[in-house]
Design a protein. Sequence first.
Length: 200
Amino acid sequence: GVATAWWSGSACAAGSEQAHAAATDEGASHGEPSAPLDFKTDLALWSVVTFVVFIVVLKKFAWGPLIEGLDKREARVRSELEEAEAARVKAQQLLAEHEERLAKVHDEVREIVAEARRDAEQTKNEILSQAQKEAEETRRRAIADIERARDDALKELFHVLSGQVIRATEHVLGRALKDDDQERLVQEALAELTEKAGSG
């Protein structure tokens, strides 16, 4: 299209120049011999032929490669633009995938932290509960040990005191006590001792 338009314009320009030259020659032919007119006509015709040959040669050897080079450059630029667009789309896809994975990682981290907190709270409660149970068990055993030690001490003390009371009573009475009397004295002493221990 460009070459045709350029060729048409050039041909028109050449025709205009030829017509102008012919008109000039015709105007100048009044009073001049016909030989110079023929010479100018031949020169104009030769110029047109030479110009046409030049255009044909230019179109064949220069214009074609020039158009081909421009087409190749246009194709290369279009290909580069398409590659750049494809790369941009790919980059956006990768970015979206990366952001999605990052969001999933954040969710997983939050879930792990929340689970760790729940486990820690549960472990703390279990430890406190176990500690309370152990403390209660320790207190109960301590109380039982204290009561057992007290009972043992009372029994030992009662054994010692009952013997002393029986001997003292027999000494005061000047005779040996019967078994019933000893049992009665022992029970009275035990009741008194237990009452004092309970009030203490």
